[in-house]
Every structure is written in structure tokens, then in C-alpha cells.
Design a protein around this ligand. Structure first.
Ligand code: FUL
Length: 477
């Protein structure tokens, strides 16, 4: 009897005509492993802290006395645990801002914490608190330095590189290095009291500096206006382009080039390099703490809107949360972050797609390898895909009953390149499909707010794609 069953089973498998399955080819460019890890982080915090915090300035002149730097209750564990609770995965600290004051006791200058009443090494404390709480640590070291008389001469480049060596040797691992473009280019803004102009394209000799840093930290992600790791999004309001390609052609960019802001926000569909946009924005009007802005901390709803226009458009958010004069994250900021986290948790609590049935108009080869169920299985390493010559297709998700739908979350399998150009979302209502959203790119993540609709099934239609679409997740809230 057993033998007969085996024989029948073999017959069934053989008689079943199967499509040939070859995995999809990558569509270039593709992200590096470090860039992929950066995409996964989604939410990082910026921390701006220097003499400005005590002098009530945004850009110090570099002539501040170190004695003004006097945080009396500094507690980096309070910063990092607050940030962790808010969901941040990494922290980038202004180890030195444009005023040149160093938050670590650099051996190359007297303009640092070592000559302040505070004395302690804040870079060390932040990197240790990050380790303790499981966050990654990143470094901002302003290229522009208003404290240095030698700024603009070759001696300053040596000074700058020496400081990078100090930082990378003592406080790593460092996941991201932030190169600020301020005063970086020909006639780029210098601000009051700054007459010195440099030709940023040649003065800094960035390729040599980046190579030096790479030798110390091979996987570090470099941020600058034009990358090479991640690019600036083109504004400081928290808004990525609605169309947001992770690719761009670096030759079209350089720090200070006029009119590139829009391009930075959208990227280029046929860009040659994977250089995704990072959305830097502050929780307060300024980057540094000012008591007069205590009532102007962004509300949880404003932060939620920023989340939607950054993470929700496939970027990583870099939200600045500046410590106050005590050396603590102010109560108002703590409250705002908490309210924001609660709002996010509440909004994205129950994924209606998790237990739903998913089907597709077509799939690639064997159903289980590239089936629509891969978009609802919670595994980002599996994805729904079509055949190579098919660049459109639909996935239908049927719930157990009628639910109120407010948000759609989609993800592409970007390891093999960003593909989707346009898509729509429909909901089944009154015995017909009704269009509830019409959008362009997806990338790492796309979150769409739709007009709330009661429905028991939704459909995502990929309407144009650079190559066969690879969708790793669809979530419905
Ligand atoms: C700008 C700087 O000039 C601001 O002070 C701030 O650090 C911001 C993140 O980048 O270019």
C-alpha cells in the first residue's frame, strides 16, 4: 500500500508542468551591506551640543572661552535611554561644530572640554552610553572651523585629519561620519565674521581623507551633500521627495552647487550610484538648545508627520535632539518624543495583512518561492516577484472580515536594486474596486496615509517598474 502512495506522489510531481525559476538579476546600482544596514535603522538621532548651548547661538564665532561650557548635571545615559525609548537605532554627536570647540580632550587644541569647568570626555561618555543601550554611534566633525587661524591653509587639513584619527581610534565603532557642507564650497555661506572662503572641491582633498577613515573603519557610512555613503535630502524641514530614488549620479552634485535641493530630494531614476537621502531635521527650531524655544518643541503629531515624509518615503530620519544647559534632554523634548513613540506604536499596532490571504495576478516560477504570501509573512528576506518580462502586476490581500483601513506600508527587496516607478492601491467597497492611493517610488519603505475606508480586501497594483518588481512586504493598518 505504501509503495502505491509513493508511486502516485511521484507521478503527480512529474506530471505537473513547472515554470523555470531563475532568481531575478540585480538592477544596478545596489546598496552595499553597510548601506543596507543603514536603511534598516530607519530612525537615528542627531545631538548638537557645544559652547553655543551656553551662549545662545547657532553658529559660534570660535572666540568663545572654554569656561562658558559648564553643564552641571550632564548625564549621557539620560540622553541615550530617552532616545532608545523613542525608537532610535543610532546617535550622531557633534564632536566639534563650526566654532571648533571639541567635546573630547583633543591633544591638538586647547579649545576643548579639557579647559572647561566640565573637564569630562563627552565623546567617550556618549559612545559608552550608546554601547550600554545598544545604539550605534556616529561622528559629526565640522570641516569648517572658525576657531582655527590656519583654516584655509594645508596645516588645517592635517589638524582635521589628526582629529579624525583621534576620534576613530578611541571611540569606535563608528557607523556614520557626517561631513557638513557649511562653508564647504566656492562662496558657500560663511556667515557673519567669516570672510575666509575656500574652494571646497579642492581644498579638503576629500578622497584622501575618506580613504584614511576607511582604513580605520571600513564599513563607515559617509554623509555629505553628495555622499558617497548617503546624501543630504536638500532641506532641513524633514521632507524627502514623494518620488525618492536611492540612486543619483554624483557628478551632477557638489557641495554648494545652486539649485540641487530638489534633485537631492528625489534622486535620479537612472542614477549611477546608490546614495540614498538622509532626512536631517531638528525637534526644535534651532539645532542647539535655546531656552526661548522650550515652547516650540515639535509636537508628537508634527514628529509623526515628519516620520511619514522621511521613513514613510524610503529615507532614514536623522532627528536632532539637543541637550540643554544642564546637560540633559529637556523635559519638553522627552515628553514630545514619548508622545510620538506612543502615536507610532498605536498607529502601527495591528497589521491586518499578517493573518490575511494574499494572491497575485502572476508570480515568478514556483509559487512558494516568489508567491504573494511572501509579502505578508513578516520575513523581509522573502519577496513576491514576477517573471523577468513582466513589469506590472497586482497583489490582492483578503482579510477575515471588514476592517477600517488607514495606512498601507510597502517595502521593496532593495538588495537587488530599486525598481518600482508607480503603483496604486485599491480597496473593495460596494462590490467594486475603489482607488485609494496613487504613488510613485517604494524603495526601502513607503507608508501611505489613505482616507479611512471600511473594506475586507485591498489590492496593490504595480503599474510601472524598471524591471520585474520584487516586493518584500505589504502591511495594512
Ligand atoms: C548645517 C550646519 O550649519 C548647522 O549648524 C547644523 O549643524 C546642520 C545639521 O548642518 O549645515
Amino acid at each position: 500500500m505504501k509503495k502505491l502512495i509513493y508511486a502516485l506522489a511521484a507521478f503527480t510531481v512529474l506530471s505537473c508542468a513547472k515554470k523555470e525559476v531563475t532568481p531575478p538579476q540585480a538592477v544596478m546600482p545596489v546598496p552595499s551591506e553597510a548601506q543596507l544596514a543603514w536603511h534598516e535603522m530607519e530612525q537615528n538621532a542627531f545631538v548638537h551640543f557645544t559652547t553655543n548651548t551656553f551662549t545662545d547661538k547657532e553658529w559660534g564665532y570660535g572666540d568663545e572661552q572654554p569656561s562658558v561650557f559648564n553643564p552641571t548635571e550632564l548625564n549621557t545615559d539620560q540622553w541615550i535611554s530617552t532616545l532608545k525609548d523613542a525608537g532610535f537605532k543610532g546617535v550622531i554627536l557633534t564632536c566639534k561644530h563650526h566654532d571648533g570647540f571639541c567635546l573630547w580632550p583633543s591633544q591638538y587644541t586647547e579649545h576643548s572640554v579639557k579647559n572647561s569647568p566640565y573637564k569630562g570626555d563627552i565623546v567617550k561618555q556618549v559612545s559608552e552610553s550608546c554601547k550600554k543601550h545598544g545604539l550605534k554611534f556616529g561622528i559629526y566633525l565640522s570641516p569648517w572651523d572658525r576657531n582655527r587661524a590656519d583654516y584655509g591653509s594645508p596645516a588645517y587639513i592635517e589638524y582635521y585629519r589628526n582629529q579624525l584619527k583621534e576620534l576613530f581610534h578611541s571611540y569606535g565603532p563608528v557607523f556614520e561620519m557626517w561631513f557638513d557642507g557649511a562653508n564647504g564650497g566656492d562662496g558657500y555661506y560663511g556667515g557673519a565674521n567669516e570672510k575666509r572662503k575656500i574652494n571646497g572641491a579642492t581644498y579638503y582633498d576629500w578622497p584622501a581623507t575618506l580613504n584614511m577613515v576607511r582604513e580605520m573603519e571600513p564599513n563607515v557610512i559617509f554623509f555629505s551633500d553628495a555622499g558617497p555613503g548617503v546624501r543630504w535630502v536638500g532641506n532641513e524641514r524633514g521632507i524627502a521627495g514623494e518620488t525618492n530614488w536611492n540612486s543619483i549620479t554624483p557628478d551632477t552634485l557638489y557641495a554648494g552647487k545652486a539649485g540641487i535641493e530638489n534633485l537631492l530630494g528625489t534622486g535620479s531614476e537612472n542614477g549611477t550610484h546608490w546614495i540614498p537621502a538622509e532626512v536631517d531635521v531638528s525637534i526644535r527650531p534651532g539645532w542647539f538648545y535655546h531656552a526661548k524655544e522650550d515652547s516650540l518643541v515639535k509636537t508628537p503629531q508634527q514628529l509623526f508627520d515628519i516620520y511619514m515624509t522621511s521613513v514613510g518615503r524610503g529615507s532614514t530620519l536623522l532627528l536632532n535632539v539637543p541637550p540643554d544647559k544642564r546637560g540633559l534632554i529637556h523635559e519638553n523634548d522627552v515628553q514630545a518624543l514619548k508622545g510620538w513613540r506612543d502615536l507610532l506604536n498605536e498607529t502601527f499596532k495591528t497589521n491586518l495583512a499578517a493573518k490575511a490571504k494574499a494572491t497575485a495576478t502572476s508570480y515568478r516560477g514556483e509559487a512558494d518561492a516568489y508567491a504573494a504570501t511572501n509579502v505578508t509573512d513578516g520575513n523581509k528576506d522573502t519577496y513576491w516577484a514576477t517573471d523577468d518580462n513582466v513589469t506590472t502586476g497586482s497583489v490582492e490581500i483578503t482579510f477575515d472580515k471588514v476592517h477600517l483601513v488607514n495606512y498601507m506600508v510597502l517595502q521593496e527587496y532593495i538588495k537587488l536594486g530599486q525598481r518600482v516607478k508607480t503603483f496604486t492601491v485599491e480597496a473593495w467597497k460596494d462590490n467594486a474596486w475603489q482607488k485609494v492611493a496613487d504613488a510613485t517610488t517604494i524603495g526601502h519603505k513607503r507608508i501611505l496615509k489613505i482616507d479611512p475606508i471600511e473594506t475586507d480586501k485591498v489590492r496593490v497594483n504595480i503599474t510601472a517598474s524598471k524591471a520585474c518588481p520584487l516586493i518584500s512586504a505589504i502591511e495594512v493598518y
